[in-house]
Design a protein around this ligand. Sequence first.
Ligand SMILES: C[S@@+](CC[C@H](N)C(=O)[O-])C[C@H]1O[C@@H](n2cnc3c(N)ncnc32)[C@H](O)[C@@H]1O
Length: 856
Amino acid sequence: MLCVEWNQVAEMCLYLDDMSDDSRILCLCSRAFFNDRDLYYLGLKGIDISKRNLTDYGEDEDEDDEQEAFEVSSVSEVTVEEAELDSEAELMLQMGLPVQFGGSAFEKNFVPPETCVKQHKIRKKKKKKTKCSKDKSIKEVMDNITDVCEDGSESIRDGCEDSPATTGEEGALDPTSVEPSFQENWDRYWNQYGQGILWQGWVTKHEEPELSGGEPWNCPTTKEEWAEHYNETYWHYYGQFQYWAQQGWTFDEVSECKDLEEADKIPNHTVHVPPTSTESIDCLSDCVNGVKNINLDLKGMERDSKPLSVIYESHQMQNPESLEAQCPCDPDQSEPRDVGSADRDASSGHTHTSQPAVKVSRNNSSCGQTPVNGEDDDEDEPPECRQAKIKRSHELDAEENPCQVAAEVSTVLGLKHGTGQKYGGISHFKHRTLRYLEKGVKHRSHFLDMHRPVKNRHIFFSEGSEVKPLKSKTVNKKFLKGVGEASSDLLNEDLSLQKVEESPSSSDSEGLDHCSISDPSAQCRPSDNKELLENTEDPDVEGECVSHDQIITSPSETTDSGSRRLGSLLPSNAIWCSDPATGMEQESDADTNLADTRQLVSLEIPDYLQAEAEENCNDSFSKAVDNCKKKRKKPKKKVQSLPPEIASDPHLAKYWAQRYRLFSRFDEGIKLDEEGWFSVTPEKIAEHIAQRVRQCIPGAVVVDAFCGVGGNAIQFALAGMHVIAVDIDPVKLELAYNNAMVYGVADRIELIRADFMGIACDLKADVVFLSPPWGGPDYVSAETFDIKTMMSPDGFEIFQLSQQITKNIIYFVPRNTDVEQVASLAGPGGQVEIEQNFLNKKLKTMTVYFGDLIRK
Ligand SMILES: C[S@@+](CC[C@H](N)C(=O)[O-])C[C@H]1O[C@@H](n2cnc3c(N)ncnc32)[C@H](O)[C@@H]1O
């Protein structure tokens, strides 16, 4: 299985100068969706995947629909979820999250209609049991926070007064007992947005809804599905709303100046959803009744399903972000600014004589923008469905709205347009066009988490106007830090730590240079690459070539003497993740290299939560959590004993829960060091990349220039490729070898210990895969990631060297990478494919393909 879904969403053209093909870089934007919640659940529950039939979890099934797959998974695990809630709550505590955030509310609350009533009863019963102890502890926590608020600054107090969490005793855990203000807010939200959300979701699932049989909620064939859809959507949004409300977020009522985004949500149909109580929406009948009064404009529907033919054009947009800030839509700006004219002046005399651009301008009369065509009847259509207009070149300047194009691309597609230096001497792009290749991109995108910037003024799924924040960020930060500390305490207390043997070695020690890992007795394999390697002047590269029997090859070989021998090979920061049976083999300070570590964002925890959880602590909360732990009557159920290096570092605990997402065969002896935990490519994504290469260039020789612990190299090998895996760190090579053995592909991977920058020009291969360090965990907090300045080594240099090997290059980059910068790598007249990788509907990474690897 490659991925749940792959599709091309847009074609972006970036023009250097005029609109000629020679000056154009064609950038295909695609999306790949993966679903590995099953593996995550396994990690949470400590189920050994190697003992389970993978098809139970949809692994080998043909999954056409990610959501469907998830639902199946949810249904099959409902009872387990119920039974193991305590252990999950406990784990969430250990992972630095308050228990009420344990798993998304949607995932817990969603049940298919047929089991709705039953599950509701179970839930109630379960709640009775667990509510008492949990609510007590949460109440204590909240009381403590209130204390802090009362002692604190006014801003803190403001946050406390308005926060539902601080005023409601039970609201955090029990949807049926949330305080009235929350329920009222939710009802208002749902009444306002529910209709559009429901319809969007339906349209997204059914590209061309069949309406011959009537409205989906009335039609006998779709009625049930609609009810499920309603239930699922309602609970999903309810969970989201509750979560964000607890964080102090609010939403805006739609005012008269409603932008088209909102209008797009409800294209020409009116929906009336009566106020919904939590009880009523628990039942299927109510689900159906709740949407009885929808009147659908069939004409609007038909219009919406027209094929796409829209191209947005931007002109002379050197700084999209600053332009966005100056958008005429901004109420603070009295005069719309013709940004194009400024640039026009700068490039005086420039005329647009090349091929006419096709353009549609979005109309928003409330924002003072003039419709391009003067017709109003397009206004209610989503932009991707509106009629395309051919525009003469001279019209461009007067009618441009570059800020909207930038905003469109950034918010709809989730792509970042930065101002970073371009590759190959390109100063900037003067023209941009964007054409959607997929119908309903915008609608679909609403259901994806692309980490759009969330300012503390709006609830994240609303795009309304400004409101004041209700929460105090200070409180929240302290609160979360407190959680982090508490979790650390819990970990240290709960899990017996094994004594760690420290390695006496240093990173300067000799290491693997260029050996085939396939042959245990191998000496350096004479190969083209080897010969060339010997010429390098880099002392690291010239490290002595060692035979395989100098390397520890499996956990069982890690005897005392083995450890000592390993110690001479490995740097002092090596941390071995042993399997639970063998325990830890080696650990030391682990400080080095972390600055260059790429940290994969926790796969379930919101980014900002992670960041905040690492800030200063709140002692009150720590105490409360300790109390909670002491008062719990039930004996604790350990999910699985953690390796000591995980147990001793709460930051790693979240990665442990995700171990099967990194390596589904983790329990068979996979080993990682600390950096490995952070930086390995999740298996589903690595598998997908490898399969793409296999399809384009079967049997290719692939250079994995920064192989790390082998996440990608293994998948390339599994896909039938020969892999030359390079890493500067000998520890990584040891681990990569071990992991390749686990997957049975060690004989297809050549390991080279070297600085890729030093040996690149000497390597020969069909494909180069680049997954360099992303410069530390902070990459994700940057608005836009600059591959030149934020990567180490310099991302441009890496690419330039790779081009000397082959044109078929894959660049694995952060999700917030400046797309114009990566596009510039293709050069004028060139092409590139930028693939966004979504794990469980969350944008995680981007994979950029060059050469023959682009899917046309
Ligand atoms: C992000 S990790 C690669 C992860 C890998 N794709 C995986 O799935 O396991 C980056 C790796 O690059 C290595 N590295 C850093 N600088 C290097 C260089 N100049 N040459 C070769 N490897 C380097 C680091 O040791 C690290 O293991």
